[in-house]
Design a protein around this ligand. Structure first.
Ligand code: GTQ
Ligand code: FE2
Length: 351
């Protein structure tokens, strides 16, 4: 039997609802958790499945202006089936382009990164800056930059696309524009000729430097090898962040990219943080334990560590290095004072 008071409360709730209002006393415990709660699920995709999907798409999906502009397979988090995103903030996809093909130019408010996995002779053109892709390179496409991909080589090129799509969607500022012409003209001044490190051809008439959008694997690898001679980071192993050399800040305003090496038979300690990370095993094999559940990975496998989940990484090989490329949303959390991190001491992985 309803009490008078309860009925009065329900009447009030109904009245408020009719006027597009609601009383905060109706919030339940689930909406006010002590610990951040996420719908993102830890998950691992096997390379064999990703590669098979790419090969099937290669034979079926043509890319051209007006039809499919990109041949990419995205990783759908089992907790985000409706939106088909990889996490609540990020999208991870694998793109394949064949020799002679053009992925036509466009721009969008979403920011993208490419991490090159296979092939030779492909390039991406960002605002006229032509960047030839080599395995292990990281290439950035900042938001609202015109970009296209083309391939002048022989074997198919495969790379990772990482984007901040769900974040930009949540902010409701998605904007997408096809390029008005057919091709983005390549800027061909001497200062854009391929060169490495902090040098500029003397013939350059420009004070400008090429924008730092291309991180070459040979540089990354050398840095990793030198860092490996030092004590590894307790939670992250031999870890590097790809920085923006102009700001000394993260890779991009919304996305940070990392590469980390786990020397043979080493493991990291357990920790958790409010950022979410998507990892790709560039080479080697290991095990990542996420909230007590082991995820075994080999070359090419890709997995998500959701925010605030305890995790640790181990290299399963006693002889080979393992290298993980990853992308995280920490810059967003840090920008708003929402980044938190907790360590839990010793590893739980027995080797
Ligand atoms: O290559 O420009 O996987 O715009 C998704 C959206 C790739 C791209 C994706 C994109 C691209
Ligand atoms: Fe794009």
């Amino acid at each position: 039997m309803k009490t008078e008071a309860k009925k009065a409360n329900e009447d009030l709730d109904r009245l408020l609802r009719q006027k597009w209002m609601s009383g905060t006393w109706r919030l339940n415990r689930e909406e006010r958790p002590l610990d951040p709660a996420t719908t993102v699920k830890p998950h691992l995709w096997k390379w064999a499945d990703i590669y098979d999907a790419l090969l099937q798409a290669r034979d079926r999906i043509g890319i051209a202006r007006g039809s499919a502009e990109r041949r990419a397979i995205r990783l759908v988090n089992p907790g985000m089936a409706e939106t088909e995103m990889t996490s609540h903030t990020m999208l991870f996809a694998f793109q394949l382009i064949q020799a002679g093909e053009l992925a036509p130019a466009h721009r969008h408010t979403m920011t993208a990164i490419r991490f090159i996995l296979q092939g030779k002779g492909g390039y991406t053109n960002v605002e006229g800056q032509k960047m030839v892709m080599e395995e292990g390179d990281l290439i950035l496409t900042p938001q609202w930059n015109w970009h296209e991909h083309a391939h002048e080589g022989k074997e198919p090129m495969i790379w990772i696309d990482g984007l901040d799509v769900p974040l930009i969607k949540a902010l409701q500022v998605i904007s997408f524009e096809p390029y008005p012409g057919t091709r983005i003209p390549v800027k061909d001044s001497p200062h854009l000729a391929p060169h490495y490190g902090m040098t500029r051809p003397v013939a350059s008439t420009s004070e400008a430097l090429p924008r730092p959008l291309h991180y070459h694997w040979r540089d990354t690898h050398l840095s990793l090898r030198h860092l490996a001679e030092r004590e590894p980071h307790p939670f992250d192993g031999v870890a590097l962040e790809y920085v923006n050399p102009l700001t000394a800040g993260p890779t991009l305003p919304t996305l940070s990219c990392w590469v980390q090496m786990l020397p043979p038979a080493t493991r990291t300690q357990v920790h958790r943080h409010t950022s979410t990370t998507i990892y790709h095993a560039f080479y080697g094999s290991g095990t990542t334990v996420i909230n007590g559940e082991p995820f075994h990975w080999d070359k090419g496998d890709t997995f998500v560590v959701p925010l605030w989940s305890w995790h640790e990484h181990a290299n399963r090989s006693a002889t080979e290095d393992a290298v993980l490329f990853s992308m995280n949303d920490a810059p967003v959390l840090k920008a708003f004072g929402l980044y938190r991190e907790e360590g839990q001491g010793e590893s739980h992985i027995g080797l």
